[in-house]
Write a protein that binds this ligand. Structure first.
Ligand SMILES: [Fe+2]
Length: 342
């Protein structure tokens, strides 16, 4: 049996593989580790058989859709998941076969309606149902403290004390616990009384996750987040530093600067000789603004992100000598380089 735990900030994800067949399941992958999962699987000679989300994540971006699409392997979630593109919907008591390993599904609603835990040998992957000295919150969409009480006290705490608890989150650098340790030490499991437990969950007053709406949108639809769009665009365009641009502007070869910020920002100060074309008008306005697609172009915005998306579009439109000012006007100003003020 092969086991890896991955950490991305407070997010924990796992690879569990059969030592004989090297078939593997990837549990709760997070988008920033996408290349690392592939690298580790390749290094260990693993073949991913399933990608599992223990529930619809509201606080981070799942890598399931991107990985499943890239590797042509099924996404597994609980039947109750309101997520498109789930290939294999599972229910309580069912098992996934990963070579000689068995992953048994325990439906544990509460943090979300579609929450499940996966039991395999001496390990249990608890998602956000049971965390180390905490539980998943119940105030996000489909959360339910009464259901969480039942999932914890009538399901998880009935399991063997020695089972290793592997949660989907830990913000204090801890890696695992056990059912026995949680029974004794977890402050949220000390109130067995249902009303007291519910009152406790309802009085947590936790801040909403930073990217709640975007995370739910992308995790439910399999679509891309803004940072994914940006990462993909940045692979298709070259960047120039402020110093390199300054050097180029003093050189003999013609160069066109394209400012893709809004009109007001351009009017308040822009680079010497820059042509203005707001990002929103890019596709329709570029032929009039820059008629020759062979023009040597450097695109900039305030911080470098919108201009990266714009430059990727321009390259698609045939402007094959388009580069991006790395860090945008912010980086240019930080060096004290000259601006034009109308
Ligand atoms: Fe969660």
């Amino acid at each position: 049996m092969i086991f890896h735990q991955f950490r991305a900030g407070g997010c924990l994800s796992y690879v569990l593989a059969c030592g004989r067949s090297h078939l593997a399941a990837l549990i709760d992958p997070e988008i920033s580790l996408l290349e690392r999962y592939l690298g580790e699987a390749s290094r260990a000679g693993l073949r991913l058989r399933y990608i599992v989300d223990t529930h619809t994540h509201a606080d981070h971006f799942s890598a399931t859709h991107t990985l499943a699409h890239r590797l042509s392997i099924p996404i597994v979630m609980h039947r109750a998941a309101e997520v498109r593109h789930v290939d294999l919907r599972v229910e309580d008591g069912e098992e996934l076969l990963v070579g000689d390993l068995r992953l048994q599904v325990l439906h544990t609603p509460g943090h979300t309606l579609d929450s499940m835990c996966l039991l395999s040998g001496e390990r249990i992957f608890t998602g956000d149902t049971l965390l180390i000295q905490a539980t998943g919150r119940t105030d996000l969409p489909t959360g339910d403290p009464i259901a969480l009480h039942a999932s914890l006290f009538e399901k998880l705490l009935l399991l063997d004390d020695s089972l290793q608890v592997l949660p989907a989150h830990d913000y204090k650098g801890r890696t695992s616990s056990s059912i026995g340790a949680e029974r004794v030490n977890n402050p949220r499991l000390q109130l067995r009384d249902l009303d007291a437990f519910v009152a406790q969950m309802q009085s947590l007053n936790l801040a909403m996750p930073t990217h709640l709406t975007e995370a739910l949108r992308t995790n439910r639809t399999g679509a891309k987040s803004f940072s994914q769009m940006l990462e993909e665009a940045s692979r298709t365009v070259p960047f120039v530093s402020s110093r390199e641009l300054h050097r180029r502007l003093k050189g003999a070869e013609p160069l066109t600067l394209l400012d893709v910020r809004e009109k007001d920002a351009y009017a308040a100060g822009h680079l010497p000789g820059a042509v203005h074309l707001a990002r929103g008008k890019l596709e329709l306005g570029i032929d009039a603004a820059v008629p020759d697609p062979a023009t040597r172009l450097v695109v900039y915005c305030e911080g470098g992100a919108i201009s990266t998306l714009a430059a990727a579009t321009l390259r698609e439109l045939g402007y094959v000598r388009t580069a991006v000012l790395d860090g945008g006007l912010g980086a240019w100003k930080a060096l004290g380089l000259p601006l034009v003020f109308p």
